[in-house]
Design a binder for this molecule. Sequence first.
Ligand SMILES: [Zn+2]
Length: 434
Amino acid sequence: MTPDILIINSLLVPLAPDLPETMAPGYVAIRAGKIVSMGMMADLLPGQSAGKVIDAAGKLLMPGLINCHCHAAMTMFRGLADDLPLSVWLYEHIFPAEARVLSPETVYWGTRLAALEMIRAGITTVADGYFYEDDAARAFLDSGLRAVAAQGVIDFPAPGVPYPKDNVRYATEYIDQWQGQSALVTPAVFCHSPSTCSAATLRAAKEMAREKKVLFFIHVAETRDENALIRKEHGCTPVQWLNGLGVLDADTVCVHCVWLEETDLDILAATGVKVAHCQQSNMKLASGVAPVVAMLSRGIPIGLGTDGCASNNRLDLFGELDSTAKFAKAIAKDPTVLPASKALTLAASGAADVLGMRGAIGGLTPGMRADLILLNTNQAHLVPLYHAHSHLVYTASGADVETVIINGQVVMERGEILLFDAAEVLARVRALCL
Ligand SMILES: [Zn+2]
C-alpha cells in the first residue's frame, strides 16, 4: 500500500537494539501513524510513490525524544526566581506565583508554549504533571504532542482544587474524562511528594491509579532536607516510607531519586519502580547528583526529564543527555561508566519503558508509532561525523532539529510549525505574563 509519508536519503539512526548505529542512505515509510517499513535506499522499491516525500539528504533521522518529567505550564515562571535553595525557591517564590497566576487559561497557554519549545527541540512525547491538567491535556492535543498528562495531587489548597480533601476525587474525574479519548494524550496521577501528601492521600491515589490502570508519579528523595524531614516524621527514608505504604510498583514513576541509600536501591529494583532523572534541575537547585549508574546497574529503568522550566530553565533533552553522561563520568572518575549509546537510550527506548510505552515509541522499527525527528547535520559543529551517537549526546542541541513528525503527522517541517500558529502562542503568553 502507498505510504502517507516517505522519507528518503537520510542518515538513519534507528536506536533499535538489533539494528546498526547508522544506516545510510536510508528511508522510512509511514502509514496511518505508524512506521510500515524502513531500511537502506538500495532496498526501496524503484519508483515507490507516497502521499508526501521528504528528501532528507544531509539530515539525520532518529526517533523523537521522550521527556519523562515536566511541569509544562511552568514556562510561565521561566527566569522568575533563580539561584535559590529549593525550599526558599518553592515556598517563597513558586507556590505564591502559582497561587497568583494559575488559571485554566494560563495553564493552557503556558503548556502550549512548552509544547512549542519541546517540538522545536525534537521532543515528541512528554510526561507532564501539574494542576488544571485538563487544560494542559487540551494544550498538548492542540499542539500535536504526545503526552502522559498527570493531574497533580497535594495536601494543600491548590490551583483548581481549593479543598485538599477533594484532590484524589478531582484526579479521578480527570482520568475518567481523558481515558481512551485520544491517541496522543494518556491521563495519569501525580502526587507531589512524600512530604506534601499524607499517607492516606498517597494510598488513595495509588489505589485509584491501580484501578484505572494509569501511571502514578511522585517526586522522591529530591533533596537532603526531604530525607531529613521524612526520617524525623517516620524514622526511615522516603523510598522506605513509600514502600511501606504499598505505592511502589512497576506502574510508579519516582522522579529525582537523588538521595538514595543502598536499601533504597534494592527496594526500587525489587518493586520494578521506574525513575525519571532530571540532571539539570538537580544541578540548578543544588539538590545533588542522582546515582544514575548505580540504578542502571541494578536494572532500574531510567528516563531523562527536563523538569519544569522554572528549575532548568529550558526544555531541551539534548542538554540533559550531555550533562547526564558527563556528570556520571565526573562523579565516578571513570569515562567508561555511561557511554553515549547507553546514555541515548535514556531519552529513547529506556524512557519509553519508564512511561509504559516500550515497543510503541523510542525507536525506529516497523510497527512502531511514527514519532521521529530530522536534524540538520550540515553545520560546523556536526562535521565530521564519525559516530552519530556521540554527536547526539555531546554535540547536538534542540536547535539542530528541523522536522518533527508525531503519530504520523508532520508538526514541524524545515523549522516551520505547520500545525498551529507559533507566533500566537508567544503573543498569548507574553500578554498573560504582563
Ligand atoms: Zn518536578
